[in-house]
Design a binder for this molecule. Structure first.
Ligand code: 5GP
Length: 189
């Protein structure tokens, strides 16, 4: 596999990375396209298949693992698998795009390791774990149990921040958006 640039945004759930990624996708001059991940988790709220994720059953997901179809995959939460299909990145590269990822820290670092020169790996840091809890509760798309699972994972994820190329502190959204834009613009130059 070879092609354009890979831009990774990783962070604990609720850090605001999805908002940042969406904002960057609207900036035409960055020529970005979103890597749609595959997942075995159920659809949430207004999510659409082939837009937010390629939703699939656990057995379908495991078949893709067996066939070596993934660039990286992860059991992010128990029985909830997420992964980047090689075919997805190839599809976007064929369109001449730089590919942007909203993926977990382990997956992000794995892609960075596979394509060290082509990849910019950015970690988005939330103000605090307490603030994360508030944001996840406000989102109210998950049960209390699931929220607690995400919070427990956040501390482990925060410890990986130094392994990324850059860290954006998402304390103030406008500042974070600008920082993210400048980092990406510089990297794809
Ligand atoms: P959510 O269920 O909130 O959509 O995502 C849960 C976590 O899985 C988030 O941290 C998200 O970034 C991550 N994730 C989404 N797609 C992928 C993927 O393709 N690979 C990996 N490793 N993580 C992913």
């Amino acid at each position: 596999m070879k092609g354009g640039k890979l831009i990774i945004f990783s962070a604990p759930s609720g850090s605001g990375k999805t908002t940042i990624v969406r904002h960057l996708l609207q900036q035409e001059e960055l020529n970005l396209a979103f890597s749609i991940s595959a997942t075995s988790r159920p659809r949430r709220g207004k999510e659409k298949n082939k837009e937010h994720y390629y939703f699939m059953s656990l057995s379908e997901f495991k078949n893709h693992i067996k066939n070596d179809d993934f660039l990286e995959w992860e059991e992010v939460y128990r029985d909830n698998f997420y992964g980047t299909l090689k075919s997805e990145v190839e599809r976007l590269w064929a369109e001449g795009k730089n590919v942007i990822f909203d993926i977990d820290v382990v997956g992000g670092l794995r892609i960075k390791k596979k394509f060290p020169e082509q990849t910019l790996a950015v970690f988005v840091k939330p103000p605090s774990v307490d603030e994360l809890k508030i944001r996840l509760k406000k989102r109210s798309t998950e049960s209390e149990d699931k929220i607690n699972m995400r919070i427990a994972k956040a501390s482990v994820e925060l410890a990986t921040a130094p392994q990324f190329d850059s860290i954006i502190k998402n304390y103030d959204l406008d500042t974070a958006l600008k920082e993210a834009h400048d980092l990406v613009a510089e990297f794809i130059k």
